[in-house]
Design a protein around this ligand. Structure first.
Ligand code: OFO
Length: 164
């Protein structure tokens, strides 16, 4: 059974994961509007992944007999600037999520809740991967710079992401 403090923090993380999904769906819509169908596909896949993250927190709370309390989801922005700016925002958001997961783990350890700390390990690893993916795409975007052809090659590469 989770203590109240941890349950509240995990509920908050569930909200952050749903916001992540919402944010990436907004980025997907923005990319489609800009005619970048590969970017749109990549963010749509990211949206699906974030829904899975939210689902993991939801299931864990239910499994632990804690009350799930759904909060209001913040409205994501409408405009994201250039593809590079959009990925800078993506990386910054993932860094925020990584900090949030680390704080959750610190809380679980302070509360001596070992089951929750084991549950959180998966997210610690996942965040390393998420940040690495964003850094890699950002590096390619910087290389492409103002070069439209480079951007189109990357768009077609991002269009291949699938599997969810
Ligand atoms: Fe993007 O990893 Fe969840 O939020």
């Amino acid at each position: 059974m989770l203590n109240k403090k941890l349950a509240k923090a995990l509920n908050l993380q569930l909200n952050k994961e749903i916001y992540s999904a919402y944010l990436y769906l907004a980025m997907s819509a923005y990319s489609s509007y800009k005619g970048l169908t590969g970017f749109a596909n990549w963010f749509r896949e990211q949206y699906k992944e974030e829904k899975e993250h939210a689902g993991k927190f939801y299931s864990y709370l239910v499994e632990q007999g804690a009350r799930v309390e759904l909060e209001t989801i913040e409205k994501p922005p409408l405009e994201f600037g250039s593809p590079q700016e959009m990925f800078e925002k993506t990386l910054a958001h993932e860094q925020f999520i990584s900090r949030s997961i680390r704080e959750l783990l610190e809380l679980a350890l302070a509360e001596k809740d070992y089951a929750t700390s084991i549950f959180l390990q998966w997210f610690i690893k996942e965040q390393v991967e998420e940040e690495a993916n964003d850094n890699e795409i950002l590096a390619k975007l910087k290389l492409a710079g103002e070069n439209g052809a480079g951007l189109l090659v990357l768009d077609s590469e991002l269009g291949k992401r699938g599997g969810h």
